[in-house]
Design a protein around this ligand. Structure first.
Ligand code: FMN
Length: 154
């Protein structure tokens, strides 16, 4: 049966766009026949899309010590519609932070604990000046999530 991996990505800059593209490339490199991957901006993502997902990758920037407002808006809108229906959902989190990232990591962990989602991969915090290795790490994360979903690892 086909499974869906949803990537909810806030990508306001060339660097973050590069990270998201690398993550998507990674999912393709997993060479799964049965995992459908879709990328959507948080402001466009409705609860129904999450209800149809078997795993989610959240990619967000840190702004003003917290997740991007668009990402928070997404959590605000999906929280109660999915709360009872998506417990155990495997998720991964990628943060692009110019300086820090801890505020975003803490806040997302708290919300996802409330949702009873399962962190499937250590949080990927891409912090500080841009490094090309960030994209490599995003690629690996996408590959792991797609491959893991395909193999029923989570
Ligand atoms: C208004 C604003 C607030 C920001 N606040 C933070 C912050 O609190 N912590 C942090 O680590 N980075 C902060 N940043 C940096 C962004 O996280 C970073 O610019 C963004 O992830 C895009 O990365 P890039 O510059 O490599 O494209 C902020 C950026 C903007 C525009």
């Amino acid at each position: 049966m086909k499974k869906t991996l949803l990537i909810v990505a806030h990508q306001p800059s060339p660097n973050t766009q590069n990270m998201v593209a690398a993550c998507v490339d990674g999912t393709a490199a997993a060479e799964t026949d049965d995992v459908l991957v879709s990328v959507i901006a948080p402001l466009e993502c409705q609860p129904e899309q999450l209800l149809a997902a078997d795993a989610v990758i959240i990619i967000t920037t840190e702004n003003l010590g917290y997740m991007a407002g668009a990402t928070k808006d997404w959590f605000d809108r999906i929280y109660y519609p999915v709360l009872e229906l998506k417990q155990g959902l495997p998720y991964a989190l990628v943060i692009r932070a110019g300086l820090d990232g801890t505020g975003t990591q803490r806040a997302v962990a708290s919300i996802c604990t409330g949702l009873r989602w399962n962190l499937a991969q250590p949080v990927l915090l891409c912090k500080g000046d841009w490094q090309d290795t960030f994209s490599d790490q995003c690629f690996e994360l996408g590959q792991y999530m797609a491959g893991g979903l395909d193999l029923g690892m989570f």
